[in-house]
Every structure is written in C-alpha cells, then in structure tokens.
Design a protein around this ligand. Structure first.
Ligand code: CU
Length: 268
C-alpha cells in the first residue's frame, strides 16, 4: 500500500459503504488462524500473550515506561496491516468511536448484520488456550451497567488536549480510556479478553486520534526522550517509528468528504 494514505473515519451506520468494507475485511481476518488472523492479534493484548502496556506497566517487561499511547498505536497499525492484506485497492481503514458524541455502543457495532451477512463487529467467538482453563465463547458487553464507569465528555477531551505536558496528557487520556472499558463492561471491562471484542479497536482508534490531535498542536515528537528507542514488543517498531501516523499510512478525518490537507511534518 506504499504511497496511499488511509483515512480513519468516524464510526458510521451499519449500512454505510465504509462500514460494509471494514466488515468485509474483519470477517476475513476472523476466519483465519495464522499470525494475520484476528484471534492471534487479539491475543497479543491480553490473554494469552499479554504484551499490552497500561499505567506504565507490561507483564512482558521490567521497564516501567509510559508506553500506553505508542504501544496501542503500533497495535492498531498491525491490525491495519492484517486487514489490508486482503483488500485489493484503496485499502480499508479502521473507524473510531467518538464516545463524547455517541453515548452508547455505536449502531455499527451492535447490528446483527452488515452488508447482508452476519456482522463481525458485534461479537467474536474467542478461542484462547489457557493453563487456567480455555476460553471458547462469544464476547459479551454490559454497557452502562458499571456504576463506577462513565463515558468521558467533550470537555474532558478538550482539557486533555490543552495539557501540553506529554506525561500528564498521556495519564489523562488513559484514565478516560479506562472509563470506556468499564462502561462497555463484559469482556471489554477485563484486560484478559478486552481486545477480542471488535469494539475495542474503535475505542482505541478514538484514543489514538486524541493523541494525533494533541500532536498537531504540540508537535509530533513532543514525548519523553528516553522513550524514543524503546522497542514496542512484539512489534518490530520503536516509539520513534510510531510518532508520525502518516509514516504508518493513515490519518484521521471526520467524514469521507472532508479530508485534511497533507503538509509534510518533519520528524526529529
Ligand atoms: Cu484499552
């Protein structure tokens, strides 16, 4: 896909062409069991492989580093690569769920059918081998049922965007992110299984978009310098490699019609 840019758009209704195209690619990767398959990709985050970074912590590292945003950007990028392995032309882009505007699980992720076939976005049948007991069942959600969790507001996002300190900005976004996981509940509320629920990626695309918007204001490489050369296991990328979304082949746009002008931004 060299030379082409994918635009991640707002989650749309289940009958929109972009959701239908996205569903086609998701259905394909859910149907394969190798490294490009959904089950393996989902397993990289929580069970059984546990590479994710949250609150300066990963089970896979002795380092205590603020890698929440960079690691999840690399993670979504790998999903992008898998999705696009099966698409002929133009490419397919992940949608983002703006939970400040859509105060429920988006219709595109709740519909039972998309494009005349069973939706791959509503739930996924997990296939996880664990010493403590295998997990083989469909993912579940319990939206709005956790009294301790709520969907963050536009004001909270604006406050985070106004915080020009990388570290406290990252903490603010992560705290909002935690609430969304808890609010969706069910498997999304548990790191073990969260990434098997397809709505995980729409939520994390929103999180990644907030970082993208922050970078437009504060500079692309405004990040704690000691982090830059850390490798984001298990991906063959460093933090530096994920700073510029354009280098990863994508940007965020509001709608299919409005695409922001592309100005080259120097990466240092
Ligand atoms: Cu998350």
């Amino acid at each position: 896909m060299a030379g082409s840019m994918r635009y991640r758009l707002r989650v749309d209704l289940p009958d929109s062409q972009e959701m239908i195209d996205f569903a086609v690619a998701m259905r394909r990767i859910q149907g394969i069991s190798d490294n490009r398959g959904y089950n393996i990709i989902a397993g990289v985050h929580g069970a059984p492989f546990w590479y994710c970074w949250h609150h300066q912590f990963s089970r896979r590292s002795d380092n205590r580093a603020q890698l929440f945003l960079p690691w999840h950007r690399a993670y979504l990028y790998y999903l992008d690569l898998a999705l696009n392995d099966f698409v002929e032309e133009g490419g397919v882009a992940q949608p983002w769920w703006d939970w400040t505007a859509i105060r429920e699980v988006p219709e595109g992720y709740e519909a039972t059918d998309i494009g005349g076939e069973e939706s791959p976005l509503r739930r996924y049948r997990m296939n996880i081998d664990l010493p403590t007991g295998d997990i083989r069942r469909f993912t579940r959600r319990r939206p709005g049922q956790n009294p301790a969790a709520r969907l963050p507001t536009e004001t909270e996002v604006a406050t985070a965007l106004n915080d020009n300190d990388w570290s406290s900005f990252s903490d603010r976004v992560q705290n909002m992110h935690d609430h969304v996981h808890g609010w969706v509940g069910g498997d999304m509320g548990d790191t073990t299984t969260a990434a098997y629920d397809p709505v995980f990626y729409a939520h994390h695309a929103m999180v990644d978009r907030i970082w993208y918007l922050w970078q437009i204001r504060n500079g692309i490489n405004t990040i704690t310098g000691s982090l830059l050369d850390i490798v984001l296991d298990p991906f063959a990328m460093t933090v530096r490699d994920v700073l510029d979304t354009r280098a990863l082949g994508y940007e965020y746009a509001d709608t299919a019609e409005q695409i922001p002008p592309v100005d080259p931004v120097p990466v240092g």
